[in-house]
Write a protein that binds this ligand. Structure first.
Ligand code: PHE
Length: 347
């Protein structure tokens, strides 16, 4: 555990045992260089405490990079609420209220929004005790609401930029795109791809979502384990992180990767493995800022929703193009290029 935290270059980690439920609240403050540490709250079971801390640390670093690349006045942080395997959902509300109290005590060091396992409705509850440090409450409660649509918008435009880079044409008409995960963000990416005339193949671990999308949009479903073998132009990971590893990178039959999931590379060396295979990877933290950017922009900087959407598209297109150019020029991985650009902005 000491090594894990030493190897991470962030500022602090707050570890709070929630005694009534047996859950652990872990808040990683990666950087306050550009503003208060800001990032979503991920709430789910983990195999063990160490993996929950590890996830918080890695996700908080991505938030620092994302906000820096997008030019937002926010630092990077992330909270993980590690639920015990036998968690009783009836205790959820009180857990969220105690979590809000903790955020309130931190006095603005950390600000949060939704992430995997939490929603704008949850932000309303957390804000009862955690205000004014909670983003993305429901619109009914005065917040900017769901962060999934602007996230999907940014990812969709990143797929277009990547197509332009790879094929000399940003049109997605007839391009085959494989989407992993048809949830809040992935489902919307699939819709936009269909509207743009792409030929979409997708997977999801939830059979209900799979049937729903397949029937409504006429897209092709493949089982989760087969997704890496589907021949396509672009692969879009929109489920959980760590999906690209040594074993499945060897199986991929795509030219590029651009998706919404945070921390897609299982290990840092996977960036080089993709490059060796001739697959161009759009770094996740370069293109999945849409939700966090739109919501913080609307709530902190008074952007309208239209402003926010326009700025998200501009920011994603600009940072991805810069990253792809730098990587090509310097013959480095796109991941290294994006990190270099982000570090310059943080310096
Ligand atoms: N889940 C968002 C992300 O990973 C975090 C976020 C959403 C932060 C909304 C603030 C507001 O980028």
């Amino acid at each position: 555990m000491e090594d894990l935290i030493k190897q991470w270059d962030g500022e602090s980690v707050i570890v709070h045992p929630d005694r009534p439920t047996g859950a652990w609240i872990i808040i990683a403050i990666h950087s306050t260089r550009l503003g208060p540490a800001t990032g979503g709250t991920r709430m789910k079971p983990y195999p063990d405490f160490q993996s929950a801390v590890h996830d918080a640390l890695r996700l908080s670093e991505s938030m620092t990079f994302k906000f820096a690349l997008a030019g937002m006045p926010c630092g990077g942080g992330k909270a993980v609420i590690y639920l015990p395997p036998d968690f009783d959902p009836r205790l959820r509300n009180d857990l969220l209220l105690r979590y809000g109290q903790l955020i309130h005590q931190l006095g603005g060091l950390y600000k949060t929004g939704p992430d995997v396992g939490t929603s704008p409705e949850d932000m309303d509850i957390i804000a009862e005790t955690g205000a004014p440090y909670i983003f993305a409450r429901t619109e009914a409660a005065g917040g900017a609401g769901n962060s999934a649509p602007p996230t999907a918008l940014g990812v969709f435009h990143a797929i277009r930029v990547l197509a332009g880079h790879l094929f000399g044409d940003t049109s997605l008409q007839g391009r085959r795109v494989v989407v992993q995960g048809a949830g809040a963000v992935g489902g919307r990416v699939i819709e936009q791809l269909c509207e743009a005339g792409a030929n979409v193949v997708f997977t999801d671990v939830a059979p209900r979502l799979a049937n729903e999308h397949a029937a409504r949009l006429g897209v092709v479903y493949v089982p989760p384990d087969d997704i890496f073998d589907v021949e396509c132009d672009i692969f879009s990971p929109c489920a959980l992180g760590g999906v690209l590893n040594q074993a499945n990178i060897a199986r991929l039959k795509c030219r590029g990767i651009a998706g919404a999931a945070n921390n897609q590379l299982a290990a840092p060396e996977d960036a080089a493995r993709l490059r060796e295979r001739g697959i161009t990877y759009a770094p996740d933290f370069c293109i999945n800022i849409g939700g966090a950017m739109a919501i913080t922009g609307m709530e902190l900087l008074n952007w309208t929703r239209e402003d926010a959407n326009r700025r998200v598209v501009e920011a994603v297109e600009k940072t991805l193009k810069e990253t792809l150019d730098l990587a090509a020029r310097e013959r480095i991985t796109t991941d290294a290029a994006a990190r270099r650009i982000a570090r310059q902005r943080l310096a």
